[in-house]
Write a protein that binds this ligand. Sequence first.
Ligand code: SF4
Length: 264
Amino acid sequence: MKAIIFDIRSFSVHDGPGIRTTFFFKACPLRCVWCHNPEGFHPGIQKVAGTHKMGQSSVPCIKQVGEIITLNQAISKAEADRVFYEVSGGGITLSGGEPLMQADFVIALLEAAHQLDIHTAVDTSGYAPESEFQEVMTKTDLVLFDLKIMEDAQHKKFTGKSNRLILENFKWLMRQKTEVIIRIPLIDDITDTPQNLEAIRTLLIHTGAIQRIDLLPYHQTACNKYSRLGLTYKLKQMPNYSVEKQQQIKTFFNDLAPMVTIGA
Ligand code: SF4
């Protein structure tokens, strides 16, 4: 069995508990204007213009974005990093793009990891057919679920899709026993409007016990990725998210979960 990924990151500490190996799957049905991982948009392997260093100069070359990985290769990678999971309480995280776009592989990888007693997390936008979503969610130890924009027209405007399916899947997930970390991107005047933050707060109050909320402030690091891929980055001029506002929003959500963090 095979999948197409665009990166594997060892020693990740922002994608769930402990030290983790994060697999970034290609393909995403959304197009969030702030996305930090545009390599994950396209489902296939891409060739893009780039440069490499030759002595003191940079010379043009063609670079590949994406690679095929087999199930055995993915498991071998996880096993190689296992010692770090054991000392830190870590494991593997399946991210993207949207990992549920390659649901069969994701399910097989989660099952294989559990046979080896490796902790698993899935980082999802929640935009996936109900049946696939539910199957994956019941096979992972932890879900990192993104809540972006509550008002449907605004969600469509800034991500390209309606949020109805996402919210249905979220409500179903919150009725299950699976551990969930809520992730909220903080983007000036898009996700951080008082109305949107209040609507997220109301949703969370009504969905029961939340163990952890991660706030993910906008930063400019993705700009170069867009130009390398030949894509236009609409938020190119947006400054990094204000530290002061991060703290205010953390305070706004603090009473909803035992742990509210400001992520990278
Ligand atoms: S859902 Fe995630 S990976 Fe997909 S476009 Fe949005 S931010 Fe990027």
